[in-house]
Design a protein around this ligand. Structure first.
Ligand SMILES: Nc1ncnc2c1ncn2[C@@H]1O[C@H](COP(=O)(O)OP(=O)(O)OP(=O)(O)O)[C@@H](O)[C@H]1O
Ligand SMILES: [Mg+2]
Length: 461
């Protein structure tokens, strides 16, 4: 059966554009960016392929290899964001926990589906927001305008035109007041009738546990519906009515269908610490059996299988899997061959240098220094780091990583928080100046004694 091309919901970025976007958040690691960009674009390409060949084109699953804190998770997370794909991160090592072995690797697919449903629901809610807002306003007006001022049902069209006009005037006045916020504090009585969610029908032969249904969740949805009349402020009423109207406007069946498709065609699963479930050759003893067990459990969903979720069947054949690990002891070749074969692309991420740190501190959209500047701005303080100070922080981060333990860019967090601790604590009570410039000297004064003292830096930095 020939299939029409399906278009992805996302902006369809070319590989170069994807790398360009990733560059805004992640410094260096070009090889990894390139690999994920190709994998992402290949999925879009697959969906343009017509005919049965499409089904046979497999995703370019990737293993990201590299030490801690160099951007592995960050790359995957950003990739998912910019492709608008449902994204789930799991720790491979979690599956070795007692009672978890072999239990439920399928929960990955259920969780991913749940994420997709919420994602699509939020998109649809945004689409109908204006409409829902309008409808909510009309209902609020109905509540606010006393019924004796509403028009009587017209006995004859001519005699009622007067009252109708009067009524429209009143309504317009109230509408203006309402929009200006003048009525926000007023208490109104509200009648709500939330639409039933269609997800209740799947109570067939499967246990609640298997379906991933949480009792609290189910009853939490039902209970508030009993109390239908409520006294609330206009502000709260507006919020509730918008919610209710938006629920009425959203077709949940369509949402679920779209979510299932989105997972199948563009879902991304990030499996962290995959090296923890690989056993280095020649070391095979007791616990390795369970590691291999986890790999075998993962195999079907990575290879492609159908998993029953509470929203319906989900096929995992084209879900993109990105695994990551440090692979200090075990190597990718220590994974069971079937699993290795399903991760054909290996990319190494490099340890970060002093130069990288300098860039990471300042360049990314969400750079640490920008984050703290924004935080302190809320207290009326402008903080600025001059170039030499940034250089000094990068240097210290590199040194501590080198001498104590290499935790990659995460080192910058500990250093910046130590550096700024006093300012963060004293603002706004004890700080007089509204402009602070952090200089190289300030960085050295604050941090050098800690860096020099190995024991101290082990605890503090
Ligand atoms: N190359 C980089 N560019 C910019 N920021 C980075 C880079 N590498 C790491 N970071 C920052 O450091 C933090 C940790 O990075 P990330 O979570 O990607 O580490 P990881 O490689 O997944 O490590 P782990 O193996 O411990 O999971 C994040 O806040 C991230 O923004
Ligand atoms: Mg990580």
């Amino acid at each position: 059966m020939a299939k029409k091309p399906i278009s992805l919901p996302a902006k369809e970025l070319t590989p170069r554009q994807i790398v360009h976007e990733l560059d805004r958040y992640i410094i260096g690691q070009h090889a990894a960016k390139k690999a994920v960009a190709i994998a992402l674009r290949n999925r879009w390409r697959r969906l343009q392929v017509t005919g049965t060949l499409r089904e046979d084109i497999m995703p370019n699953n990737i293993i990201l290899i590299g030490p801690t804190g160099v951007g592995k998770t960050e790359i995957a997370r950003r990739l998912a964001k910019l492709s608008n794909a449902p994204f789930l991160k799991v720790e491979a090592s979690k599956f070795t926990e007692v009672g978890y072995v072999g239990r439920d690797v399928e929960s990955i697919v259920r969780d991913l589906t749940e994420i997709a449903v919420n994602m699509v629901k939020a998109e649809k809610a945004a689409e109908v927001e204006n409409k829902a807002r309008e409808l909510a306003e009309e209902r609020l007006l109905d509540i606010l305008i006393p019924s004796n001022r509403r028009p009587k049902p017209p006995e004859s069209p001519v005699s009622s035109s007067d009252t109708l006009e009067e009524h429209e005037n009143t309504r317009q006045k109230f509408r203006e007041k309402l929009r200006s916020g003048a009525l926000d504090e007023r208490i109104v009585e509200l009648e709500l009738s939330f639409a039933q969610m269609p997800s209740m029908q799947v109570m067939g032969p499967f246990s609640m546990e298997e379906m991933g249904v949480n009792l609290q969740e189910v009853f939490g949805n039902i209970l508030p519906k009993k109390e239908k009349r409520r006294k609330v402020t206009v502000t709260e009423a507006r919020r509730l009515l918008i919610q209710e109207e938006s629920q009425k406007l959203i077709d949940m069946e369509k949402v679920v269908k779209e979510a299932l498709e989105r997972v199948e065609n563009s879902g991304i699963v990030f499996i962290d610490e995959i090296d923890k479930i690989a056993s280095a050759r020649g070391h095979s003893s007791g616990p390795d059996v369970s590691r291999e067990g986890v790999q075998r459990d993962l195999l079907p969903i990575v290879e492609g299988s159908s998993v029953l979720t509470k929203h319906g069947m989900e096929k995992t054949d084209h879900v993109l899997f990105i695994a990551s690990g440090a692979f200090h002891i075990a190597k990718p070749s220590d994974l069971i061959p079937e699993l290795q074969g399903r991760f054909p692309i290996r990319v190494e991420l490099k340890s970060l240098t002093e130069d990288d740190f300098e860039k990471i501190l300042t360049l990314p959209q969400n750079a640490l220094i920008k984050q703290y500047a924004a935080l302190l701005k809320t207290e009326g303080i402008e903080i600025e780091f001059n170039d030499k100070a940034v250089r000094e922080i990068a240097k210290i981060a590199y040194e501590v990583n080198d001498q104590v333990e290499n935790i990659g860019a995460r080192r910058l967090h500990t250093i910046i928080t130590t550096l700024l601790e006093e300012i963060l604590f004293n603002a706004p009570d004890e700080i007089a100046e509204s402009n602070i410039v952090i200089t190289q000297k300030i960085v050295q004064d604050k941090l050098n004694s800690i860096v020099k003292n190995r024991d101290l830096s082990r605890y503090i930095l």
